[in-house]
Design a protein around this ligand. Sequence first.
Ligand code: NAG
Ligand code: NAG
Ligand code: NAG
Ligand code: NAG
Ligand code: NAG
Length: 361
Amino acid sequence: MHLTAFFVFAFLFIQDCLAKPLARVVPLQDGMPDPSPSQLLEIEQRAHGTLSNMLPPANISKAGITNLQLIAFNELFEVAFFKQLLANITNEVEGFFLSEDDDRDFIVDSLSTILAQEEIHALTANNALKHVMTAQVLPCNYSFPVTSITNAIDFASTFTSVMLGTLQDITEISARNGDSALTRVVAAIIGNQGEQQGWYRVFMGKVPSETPMLTTSAREFGFSYVEQFVLPGSCPNASSIPLRAFLPLTIVEFPGPMTQDIVVTWELPDMDTARKLRYAKGKDGQFWLVYINQLNLPIVERLRFIGFDGTTVLAKARFPYEEHLLNGLTIAAVTNSSGPFANANAVAASTLYGPGVIIVN
Ligand SMILES: *[C@@H]1O[C@H](CO)[C@@H](O)[C@H](O)[C@H]1NC(C)=O
Ligand SMILES: *[C@@H]1O[C@H](CO)[C@@H](O)[C@H](O)[C@H]1NC(C)=O
Ligand SMILES: *[C@@H]1O[C@H](CO)[C@@H](O)[C@H](O)[C@H]1NC(C)=O
Ligand SMILES: *[C@@H]1O[C@H](CO)[C@@H](O)[C@H](O)[C@H]1NC(C)=O
Ligand SMILES: *[C@@H]1O[C@H](CO)[C@@H](O)[C@H](O)[C@H]1NC(C)=O
């Protein structure tokens, strides 16, 4: 095995032992996803606003149903996250202690508002589903990869970026399928999440607005991303959402704002696939790492294998920051085609592993 590969495997092993959070059951509060009228009133007060009292559309396309299911699935994940984060802060769990000097009251107030706003978003999507006689999406149990307030806000910023990209895809699919009645509500949610994002970024010492054109995504990437944090077997509805979930891709070394190689790793589904891949290692043209950034054509880079360990693969590829000014969110995917890809959806159609999520600046 290559020496770097050895160190990276050692690193991954240690990281795995240290960072894997305990599986925790996160029951939702406020009667979610079915609050009583008085519970809804309390949610609205904390959200600083109401669930829309306009009727959802009477007819929604099949693709539009999937859009709503994905929004509900993602929003319920966010609800569980912010609920747990607030509990960690108020219970002063190690890593989550904030003093008055840290602006504790403002942070708790902001997070409570965000939590309630996410509840309203989840209810909006589920109500639209129920309005067209489709079963609503129920929450799952999740495991969040965070151990401190700092990495919790970083994680919130990351999943919000992915969500903001995915909502672009949802808007276009709605438009294409005669669901114009849903585009306004999606736009209202996008704006709200963008406001949240500005605060997370300032919290991390970044400028509030990320890039002039927020990175786009495809529904499958948004779905696969959240699936990684769902406890296996805990999701009543994930399998009824007709979207492909890719096998995960992990970025081992995050790039900074410069052109450099990055190392990625993924788990092959079985030993047989691993043996074949190891055998084919010398041959070119097996896999590529494709980057989606801002509203530009996807960038294709050749993957070079640097190590195999059982079913774990380590590979590296160039991250061409300087040529493309790859700021903000970049979605990386391992594909079995070199493209060229016209857009994020074309990348998703050839994706085997992903999304790897990178945020620079
Ligand atoms: C998920 O959480 C619920 C309670 O919120 C619990 O009843 C159930 O056993 C949990 N399932 C898993 C797979 O952890
Ligand atoms: C829903 O009905 C409206 C009005 O009849 C129509 O314009 C629209 O195309 C329909 N949308 C779908 C998704 O069927
Ligand atoms: C809450 O704290 C626990 C214990 O450190 C941690 O495992 C979990 O990921 C944290 N969750 C959030 C959302 O902060
Ligand atoms: C979600 O799961 C619940 C419980 O199994 C079920 O009643 C409901 O029909 C499911 N919803 C969808 C959209 O599949
Ligand atoms: C490439 O991957 C896609 C998505 O998994 C799959 O549909 C397609 O058949 C694969 N193509 C080849 C040539 O393996």
